[in-house]
Design a protein. Structure first.
Length: 85
């Protein structure tokens, strides 16, 4: 399933690129790797069950810990936008 943030359209319009959804420890590894590449990183809550509510595996294994990783080149966007960890 292609998980997205409920704010996907807004973030994409602001220059963010959705990468993938993950939970710990893969989440931390990916954030570190993207930052080492010089990218800004933003983590967003994931819509685990868009539409039909049929995807419960992620929720059962990692309630509240699955995040969608968005990246963009460092320094792009408005100064008041902050990247999240």
């Amino acid at each position: 399933m292609d998980h997205k943030s409920p704010r996907d359209t807004e973030l994409t319009a602001a220059g963010w690129t959705r990468q993938f959804s993950a939970s710990l420890p893969r989440l931390d590894d990916a954030v570190e790797a993207y930052r080492e590449m010089g990218l800004d990183v933003r983590l967003e809550p994931v819509d685990l069950c868009p539409g039909n509510g049929g995807c419960l595996a992620c929720l059962a294994e990692n309630p509240g810990q699955v995040k969608v990783i968005y990246t963009r080149p460092a320094g792009e966007g408005k100064p008041e936008e902050q990247t999240l960890e």
